[in-house]
Design a protein around this ligand. Structure first.
Ligand code: FES
Ligand SMILES: [Fe+2]
Length: 463
């Protein structure tokens, strides 16, 4: 079966139609209704909490979110302030983000090389849902709920390869497309129709070898929104990259703190003074003026071919024993920098001349998320005899600077939880964070906060 590694191949469009026809519980509607009820409850809870605590920042959140709290956040970069701290701590604000961002946007769940052959699968939890990502017999990638249509046991855990999924509880068996194939001893059950017992499926789309899912059946396809990014990154041949076993962390901070940490290099001057800053000086970083589905930064390096495995001057500092080779086909300019981009809301990628690292933030609450960090390299790199040593070295470097980042993120979460926390001002090196803040406002406040509609905003952010 042909593995699908190409750009922008929408997957499961037919599955969506089938679901709408065969399953009365159309997921998008279900989630919308649930979210509204949840919000109503939260509003009542918020009012109760406000009465108990007196006037607190939380009184602004929930369904009565006050747009006036964001007046300073909506100004041009060098005049703007960061979001109110409750955006990072309040359960109500998080619930709004779930409803207005996470249930509507494309979320990266992994790479296509994790499900290379028909029957290959892996499971994950996303926004409280247990899902299985599987390549079906026709070669399509499907993302299915694992919740058995009988009495709800999760039909599969972990990862592996299967011809079908058999629920361990009573033996109902589902195809790789989620159709109920067998249900023992159900012949006597009246009006039992196996066709009505399909596992719900989410929309899935692959982009550059990443698998994205969307809970919203009406969402616009992802590929067209990222066409410019694909073109810009074509020399890296992202779709061909091979994934290495990820690093996984339980994190007690808000997802935006993680994304913001990724999307500014100002902190190279402080937090990474001795690690990343000597290779990629924060002051040299630039951010493109963009308003669409992603933000992107360019990080010039102190010399060519600075990568994760000890290329360039880092090799001298670390006395590296082996090196990852530079990605074939990069231009001299690309060999002299790193690129960091975020596809909103949570897909974060670092490109260096020898590899790619992608971060997945899986939000689990206002102050909780799971972080997965996956190193990826070209197929030719995997064939080198010394690859294990090089990968270990790259991984060690990732762990080292990521530990610094996580220390800061955890501390920021504690800081923003303080009653005394107040919005801060941006440095000119934090343009991408300002862009992200406008994205969050567009979605959560349902405003038109584009960064560059007003030409004076662009001029102010550039000055
Ligand atoms: S819960 Fe799955 S077969 Fe009964
Ligand atoms: Fe960092």
């Amino acid at each position: 079966m042909q593995a699908r590694h190409n750009h922008c191949d929408p997957l499961g469009e037919t599955g969506v139609e089938e679901l709408a026809q065969s399953d009365p519980q159309v997921w998008a509607e279900f989630f919308r209704e649930t979210s509204q009820k949840e919000l109503d409850n939260l509003t009542r809870e918020r009012q109760h909490m406000a009465r108990q605590r007196g006037t607190t920042d939380l009184s602004h959140a929930g369904a009565s979110l006050a747009k006036e709290d964001f007046v300073a956040a909506r100004l041009p970069l060098l005049q703007a302030s960061t979001h109110p701290s409750y955006c990072y701590t309040s359960r109500e604000f998080y619930e709004l983000e779930v409803e207005r961002i996470f249930l509507r946007e494309w979320l990266c769940v992994g790479r296509v090389d994790q499900v290379e052959k028909p029957g290959d699968y892996f499971t994950l939890r996303l926004l409280g849902e247990s899902l299985v990502v599987v390549r079906d017999r026709e070669g399509e990638i499907r993302v299915l709920s694992t919740v058995c249509r009988h009495r709800g046991m999760e039909i599969v855990e972990g990862a592996g390869a299967r011809r079908s999924f058999e629920c361990p509880y009573h033996g109902w068996t589902y195809s790789l497309r989620g159709e109920l194939m067998g249900a023992p001893e159900m012949e006597k059950t009246e009006n039992f129709d196996k066709r009505q017992c399909q596992l719900p499926s989410l929309r899935a789309e692959s982009w550059e070898g990443f698998i994205f899912v969307n809970f919203d059946l009406q969402a616009q396809p992802l590929g067209p929104a990222l066409a410019g990014l694909s073109q810009q990154l074509k020399n890296y041949k992202l779709s061909e990259m091979r994934s290495i076993e990820p690093l996984v962390y339980d994190c007690n901070w808000n997802w935006k703190i993680m994304v913001e940490n990724m999307m500014e290099c100002y902190h190279h001057l402080g937090l990474h003074r001795d690690t990343v800053e000597p290779l990629m000086p924060g002051r040299l970083t630039t951010t493109e003026d963009l308003d669409g589905a992603y933000a992107i930064m360019h990080l010039p390096t102190i010399e060519q071919d600075v990568g994760l495995s000890g290329q360039g001057s880092y090799v001298k500092r670390m006395e590296a024993l082996s090196l990852l080779p530079v990605i074939e086909g990069l231009s001299p300019e690309e060999r002299g920098k790193a690129i960091v981009f975020t596809v909103y809301p949570t897909h974060m990628v670092i490109l260096t001349p020898d590899s790619m690292i992608y971060y997945q933030a899986f939000p689990e609450g206002a102050d909780r998320m799971t972080l997965r960090i996956t190193l990826c390299v070209p197929p030719s790199t995997m064939e080198r005899p010394d690859v294990a040593q090089s990968l270990k070295q790259a991984r060690d470097f990732i762990v080292m600077f990521n530990n610094q980042d996580m220390w800061a993120c955890e501390s920021v979460q504690r800081g923003l939880s303080s009653r005394l926390a107040r919005p801060g001002r941006y440095c000119h090196l934090e343009k991408a964070i300002w862009q992200i803040s406008r994205y969050v406002m567009r979605r959560v406040l349902e405003t038109e906060d584009t960064a560059y509609d007003d030409p004076s905003a662009k001029e102010a952010s550039d000055s």
